[in-house]
Design a protein around this ligand. Structure first.
Ligand SMILES: [Zn+2]
Length: 120
């Protein structure tokens, strides 16, 4: 497996971020809001498609009342799925999103990786 896509340490900071140390020595701090916005499950993908090409601020969690947003972007737990991915269970009960490591690495918002963050 690609060293850049193999985590050697994962730490969930429930109300803010997911920290991952990668086998190539890189460390990522992924904001939970970003991960929820990019949730790869079919339901969330469908919602984002429905929201269409509205500005990014609107595309963010389109059907969430303000009150719910805190729960949607707070993680209850993260569990390993096989050797390739992580499943995040959110505070609002949503747990269908399985984030594979390649995707998580691609989402790394640090300055060195940042230019890649908006790629699909
Ligand atoms: Zn989802």
């Amino acid at each position: 497996m690609n060293e850049a896509e193999r985590p050697t340490g994962i730490e969930l900071v429930r109300d803010s971020s997911l920290r991952i140390r990668w086998a190539d020595g890189h460390e990522s701090e992924l904001p939970l809001l970003l991960l929820r916005q990019r949730c790869p499950c079919a339901t969330c993908r469908h919602e984002r498609e429905q929201a269409g090409s509205a500005g990014s601020a609107l595309r963010v969690l389109p059907h969430a009342a303000a009150v719910d947003r805190g729960r949607m972007t707070t993680a209850e737990s993260a569990e390993l799925v096989g050797h390739y991915a992580l499943r995040i269970r959110w505070r609002d009960g949503h747990d269908l999103g399985i984030f594979d490591y390649a995707m998580l690495r691609r989402l790394c918002p640090c300055p060195a990786c940042g230019s890649l963050a908006d790629r699909p």
